[in-house]
Design a binder for this molecule. Structure first.
Ligand code: UD1
Length: 419
């Protein structure tokens, strides 16, 4: 297993480019199952999760070619409708093949997914919605088995604005008969990105980005091309890196409008930030102020940037609070930050972070994707050489983070495991 060595204390300066969004690219890749032909996706990040998606799509019979950030997917007239455990277990987002396969082929058998160990993360809302659209579903030996005589549009009232659930329903509705209305839909930018590509394929979609999405299904869809939006979570992580180090960092090729609640929180913490349409310029930060945040579905503060801002809070002058309302078990980075000298207390869903604490290098272990980022960030300010182990979590969702941070002046290197 590779590990990352970070020598802290350096000021970061310079420009850094943001890659395409993992959480957009994944549903987009799976959405191509809806239409036979050649799909072209641009700005696809080079990540382990994307490799997992490629493996899954290939196992279903699709042919994928990649040239840097360009991905071409050839979807045949008939594809395999069985998504094996071996392909699905690595990544929870694999469940997103269920909607398109069922809609196009009237059947699908998909292994229950794996992915980050941040809580139970059930998929009941996905399945309830598909049943309401006319699917018969049961779980057999770890597989979701779904059949239908033809999906029909329905009114879906989601109990929670689930991102993956909204995406699965949108894709299923794209080839269903009639109109599907999703109430309490997720409003994340990745939902709008998917809606844009569904529209390119010929689906009638309205309301993406709001809580009510309407999709009118078509008999057949056509393949097209699409540019994946920038990764707002990667952008936010790089902004925190700049803020922590007190330097001037220009985060380029991103969408500051997708990060409003995050940028607002950083502003309250006294981080000097300027934005253009596609850039976030961190202009330094001297006295970091403590704040309280609550993670919520978009446009609220993103849970995927919770661990990173916690590291910044360890450097604030005073006591900060984070209440995690999206996932029930997303404070696993805390015990590792404690090992580096942070003072953090957790009670129920709220973490209390006492700053300012001088962090000291220690061997730490990444436990999930965003937790790994928070430990790398902690390493950037810690005294000494921090060793972040199990960075395969990081590689799932950050494209060459060490190169991007090195480019800004950080002392960070990957140590390959020889075995
Ligand atoms: C997506 C993102 C992930 C992000 C999360 C919340 C992708 C590939 N992943 O994950 O990075 O952290 O949104 O912004 O886009 N839930 C249920 N039943 C369901 C579905 C969800 O109880 O059927 C619960 C989950 O357990 C969780 C919450 O709803 O507590 C949010 O989950 P959801 O929005 O579905 O997240 P994902 O789509 O898995």
């Amino acid at each position: 297993m590779d590990k990352m060595l970070v020598n802290g204390g350096l000021t970061l300066n310079g420009d850094v480019n943001v890659s395409g969004a993992k959480n957009s690219a994944l549903p987009l890749i799976f959405s191509t199952l809806l239409a036979e032909g050649r799909h072209d996706l641009n700005n696809v990040p080079g990540l382990n999760d994307i490799d997992s998606a490629e493996g899954l799509m290939t196992s279903l019979g699709c042919t994928i070619k990649r040239d840097k950030a360009q991905m071409t997917i050839d979807v045949p007239a008939e594809v395999e409708t069985l998504a094996h455990y071996d392909q699905v277990r690595k990544m929870r987002a694999s469940i997103l093949v269920l909607g398109p396969l069922l809609a196009r082929f009237n059947k699908a058998k998909v292994s229950l997914p794996g992915g980050c160990a941040i809580g139970a993360r059930p998929i009941g809302m996905h399945l309830d919605a598909l049943e309401k659209m006319g699917a018969k579903i049961h779980v057999d030996a770890g597989y979701v088995v779904a059949t239908t005589t033809g999906l029909k549009g329905a009114i879906i009232d989601l109990p929670f604005a689930t991102v993956g659930g909204t995406e699965n329903i949108m894709m299923a509705a794209s080839l269903a008969e009639g109109t599907t209305t999703i109430n309490n839909a997720a409003r994340e930018p990745e939902i709008s990105d998917l809606a844009d590509y569904l529209t390119t394929m010929g689906v009638q979609v309205s309301g993406a980005g709001t809580s009510t999405i309407k999709i009118t299904g078509q008999k057949e869809l056509r393949a097209g091309s699409h540019q994946v939006i920038a990764d707002r979570i990667e952008a936010g992580t790089l902004v925190v890196a700049g803020a922590l180090s007190g330097g001037e960092v220009r985060v380029k090729n991103c969408r500051p409008d997708h990060l409003e609640s995050f940028l607002q929180a950083l502003g309250q913490m006294n981080v000097q930030i300027e934005t253009t349409e596609t850039e976030i310029h961190v202009k330094g930060c001297k006295n970091i102020k403590p704040i309280s945040i609550v993670t919520e579905p978009y446009p609220g503060y993103p849970t995927d940037l919770q661990a990173q801002i916690m590291t910044l809070m360890t450097q604030a002058d005073g006591v900060s609070h984070i209440t995690e309302k999206v996932f029930e078990n997303r404070f696993m980075h805390v015990s590792e930050l404690l090992r580096m000298g942070a003072e953090i207390d957790i009670e129920n869903k709220t973490a209390t972070i006492v700053g300012k604490r001088n962090l000291l290098a220690a061997p730490v272990m990444a436990t999930d994707l965003r937790a790994s980022a928070s430990l790398i960030l902690a390493g950037l300010v810690a005294e000494g050489e921090t060793e972040v182990n199990r960075i395969y979590h990081l590689d799932r969702g950050y494209e060459k983070l060490e190169d991007k941070l090195s480019g800004l002046g950080a002392n960070i290197k990957r140590v390959k495991n020889k075995s």
